[in-house]
Design a protein around this ligand. Structure first.
Ligand SMILES: Cc1ncc(C[n+]2csc(CCOP(=O)(O)OP(=O)(O)O)c2C)c(N)n1
Ligand code: SF4
Length: 290
């Protein structure tokens, strides 16, 4: 049996245009290592993105790639998984992509629970469009779109995911690739929709949430023996008390996924199903709508 290595992924990846030092490099590296450690080959994986610097995640991952529109990675990723349950499906993007224009899809994906992994590279700013305030920027944050400081409260992805019914909620940091890899492995193995929000510095446009800033402020829950990620109340409590400045698996719940809930769902990929129907079935169906 042939084994898979990170080289197999790198061989398919494109050359990067990310700024040197961008946190997103670590996200790709951690994901490649996670996929390899789980024994998954590039052809078994598809990564779907929207638009943004982080939207180039799948150019550099080296698996199958689908680049959708800004904020639209989740509907495409869910459709791919429903059509072909055999694929490992990863959706990825930025905080603007996922918590701004795409936030409606995010909330519904949490409650729908299709078995995909969602990676958000959360740098608290719009990187690709050169440094505007994003939905996760702190109140008072000054950028070219908010020269007097952001007037709005930020979206808080972790409590939002918990309140929306997400069964796997984790947060990682680009400054700790090994830990991030472990979170990705757990997210991919989780049956159902899994969020990994990654605090991933934009070294070019966000001079506030830097690697050093995150290192000084984050608490790793995976290192706390008294923390139980199966306890939903404890998850709410810890993200509120520590203002979401946590990493690790915050909440994990075993439950049936979307496809299990569908009575007529055929688990075989669509390509193996006989979708042809006798012409009279079609006529009867049409007649029922007339
Ligand atoms: C419908 C639509 N609206 C706006 C844009 C412009 N746009 C491209 S990327 C982006 C935001 C990028 O920020 P984020 O999602 O946080 O990703 P980052 O670049 O920081 O990784 C915006 C507003 C677009 N491409 N399409
Ligand atoms: S602009 Fe920011 S997010 Fe985009 S590649 Fe550069 S450092 Fe990364």
């Amino acid at each position: 049996m042939s084994t898979v290595t990170v080289k197999d992924y790198r061989a398919n990846a494109q050359a990067s245009t990310w700024c040197p030092g961008c946190g997103d490099f670590a996200v790709v590296a951690a994901m490649q290592r996670a996929l390899v450690n789980l024994g998954l080959k590039p052809h078994q994986v598809v990564a779907v993105t929207g638009i943004g610097c982080s939207g180039k995640f799948n150019y550099y991952l080296g698996a199958n790639a689908f680049n959708s529109m800004h904020g639209r990675s989740l509907p495409v990723a869910q459709a791919i998984k429903i059509a072909n349950r055999d694929l490992v499906v990863i959706a990825a993007g930025g905080d603007g992509d996922g918590y701004g224009i795409g936030v409606g899809h995010f909330i519904h994906a949490c409650r729908r629970n299709v078995d995909i992994t969602y990676v958000v590279m959360d740098n608290h700013i719009y990187g690709l469009t050169t440094g505007q305030t994003s939905p996760t920027s702190r109140k008072g944050f000054k950028t070219k779109t908010t020269p007097y400081g952001a007037a709005e409260h930020p979206i808080r992805p972790l409590p939002l995911a918990l309140a929306s019914g997400c069964g796997f909620v984790a947060q990682g940091f680009s400054g700790d690739v090994k830990h991030l890899q472990s979170l990705f492995e757990a997210a991919i193995q989780h049956k159902g929709f899994a969020l990994v929000n990654v605090l991933s510095p934009c070294v070019t446009f966000n001079k506030e949430q830097t690697y050093d800033w995150w290192r000084e402020n984050l608490v790793n829950l995976d290192e706390r023996e008294d923390y139980d990620p199966a306890d939903r109340s404890a998850a709410y409590k810890v993200v509120n008390e520590l203002n979401s400045l946590v990493t690790g698996i915050i909440y994990r719940e075993e439950r049936s996924d979307y496809q299990d809930e569908l009575p007529n769902y055929d688990p075989q990929p669509l390509i193996y199903q006989d979708l042809s129907r006798p012409i009279q079935d079609r006529d009867e169906l049409l007649a029922a709508f007339m």
